[in-house]
Design a protein around this ligand. Structure first.
Ligand code: BV8
Length: 241
């Protein structure tokens, strides 16, 4: 695969890139959703029906993310390195709600499914940092209302964030890379088809086992993100130098 150093790259990441940092994936053996039904915890209806249960589900994830043992792994760091060293644009679109890309130094980043470390006001939709249990999120800094905070997370049936910017980037990129995602949730799972349909782009899937959309990629690399992502970044930077 050869791409000019000024080429535009879009990287889509899923739970698999954070697995080696100690964040459970959704569908793995000890998957996050094991024992939970999506309809119970990751939909607006679930939140309306039992807000305490949903808040507990995300409070648990937030505490786990902030555990001292959790840190970005070599895959997160390699993407941040690529963003620093590459002359063209490298946009990271993550489905993950953790902050490991930021902690590794990534900046050109879209959290299309929201962010675990932010609260969102149910009254005015303002978001603000929240590293504690949601019940202690305090008053909305914009409208002042209290006790009206929800996780700033995109649930099933809600529209993902940044889609316009993502679609524009997909249509003009030369390289699309998906890392650690099962390709089961849309519209993210459809990005590779969108790229294949419009841009003259090369597409690569990096995954431990493969996904529901593996066949749509030109190239598939099987293995752990912490090994394969640094290797891909090295390849790109060496080939383009
Ligand atoms: C929307 C935040 C309308 C919450 C998440 C039928 C057909 C098509 C679509 C639909 C349909 N029925 C319903 C829909 C829509 C629905 C959907 O897709 N449902 C699915 C279940 C069929 N989608 C929505 O509702 C979305 N909204 O459609 O709005 C719209 C859209 C566009 C324009 C206008 C209107 C909103 C979906 C967002 C849901 N929120 N997360 C939370 O986190 O609690 S989804 C959540 O699961 C993640 O964010 C992620 O997106 C998704 C899948 O998770 P993955 O990241 O892929 O993780 P998973 O565990 O599944 O896989 C891990 C992978 O890593 C595996 O492949 C594994 O092999 C690999 N791996 C593991 N370890 C490693 C590794 N790889 C490398 N190295 C390792 N070490």
């Amino acid at each position: 695969m050869c791409i000019a150093r000024t080429g535009r790259i879009v990287v889509l990441t899923g739970a698999g890139i954070s697995a080696e940092s100690g964040i459970p994936t959704f569908r793995g053996r000890d998957g996050l959703w094991e024992g939970w039904r999506l309809e119970e915890v990751a939909t607006p209806q679930a939140f309306a029906r039992d807000p305490e249960l949903v808040q507990r589900f995300y409070d648990m994830q937030r505490r786990a993310l902030l555990a001292p043992s959790v840190a970005p792994n070599a895959a997160h760091h390699a993407l941040a390195r690529l963003q620093r060293a590459w002359a063209g644009e490298v946009l990271v679109v993550t489905q993950n709600i953790d902050d490991l890309h930021e902690r590794a130094g990534s900046r050109n980043l879209i959290h299309m499914h929201g962010e675990l470390l932010k609260a969102r006001c149910l009254a005015c939709a303002t978001t603000w940092p929240c590293r504690d249990d949601m019940v202690r999120a305090g008053a909305c800094p914009a409208c002042g209302v209290t006790g009206q905070a929800r996780p700033h997370v995109v649930w099933f049936g809600e529209i993902p964030l940044g889609l316009e910017r993502i679609t524009a980037a997909l249509h003009r990129c030369e390289l699309f890379v998906a890392i650690g995602t099962s390709g089961l949730v849309y519209p993210a799972a459809g990005f590779v088809t969108e790229v294949a349909g419009t841009a003259h782009a090369h597409t690569i899937e990096i995954d431990l086992e493969g996904s529901a959309v593996s066949a749509a990629f030109v190239e598939r690399r099987r293995g752990r993100a912490s090994e394969l992502v640094p290797r891909l970044v090295e390849e790109l930077l060496t080939a383009a130098s």
